[in-house]
Design a protein around this ligand. Structure first.
Ligand code: AMP
Ligand code: ZN
Length: 136
């Protein structure tokens, strides 16, 4: 269940100290060491799963419940005015630590962060094709 070379396994299971905001049997929530904003936190399952593809459905559901609880708490304590939940899967998607984690990123007015993407033009025909491939 633990990958001996995985830093988040060690953090989640308390072998490496972290700024822990919350802990239960299955999860640890820590402050990100290089935060995007004040209060940037990470939800870590204690069991090693590389990313969302590997995460059991049940754990995925629990992660979102915990995210709801933690975002409410951080909002109350830090007075942030919004939140981004970010979850990178795979190197091409920007994942750098290959132990599933969900970023909870508090947002503040004019916090200087830009989380997003560059929208591209697409034809209605191409949208329809993609829809058919995925939905079929
Ligand atoms: P990702 O790019 O989605 O894999 O995110 C990895 C995140 O983990 C980054 O935001 C890092 O700042 C954060 N991080 C890496 N090592 C640690 C650590 N030892 N403690 C806390 N956060 C860390
Ligand atoms: Zn791990």
């Amino acid at each position: 269940m633990e990958d001996i070379n995985c830093i988040f396994c060690k953090i989640a299971n308390g072998e490496i100290p972290s700024k822990t905001l919350y802990e239960d049997e299955q999860f640890r929530v820590i402050l990100d060491l290089n935060p995007a904003t004040r209060g940037h936190a990470l939800i870590l399952p204690k069991k090693h799963h590389q990313n969302l593809y590997d995460l059991p459905e049940e754990t995925a559901a629990q992660v979102m419940k915990l995210a709801k609880k933690m975002t409410a708490r951080i909002t109350e304590k830090l007075n942030c005015t919004g939140f981004n939940l970010v979850q990178n899967n795979g190197e091409d998607a920007g994942q750098t630590v290959f132990h599933f984690h969900l970023h909870l990123i508090p947002r503040y007015k004019e916090d200087g962060q830009t989380l997003g993407w560059n929208p591209v033009e697409i034809t209605g025909e191409d949208l329809e094709k993609i829809k058919n491939i995925i939905a079929e």
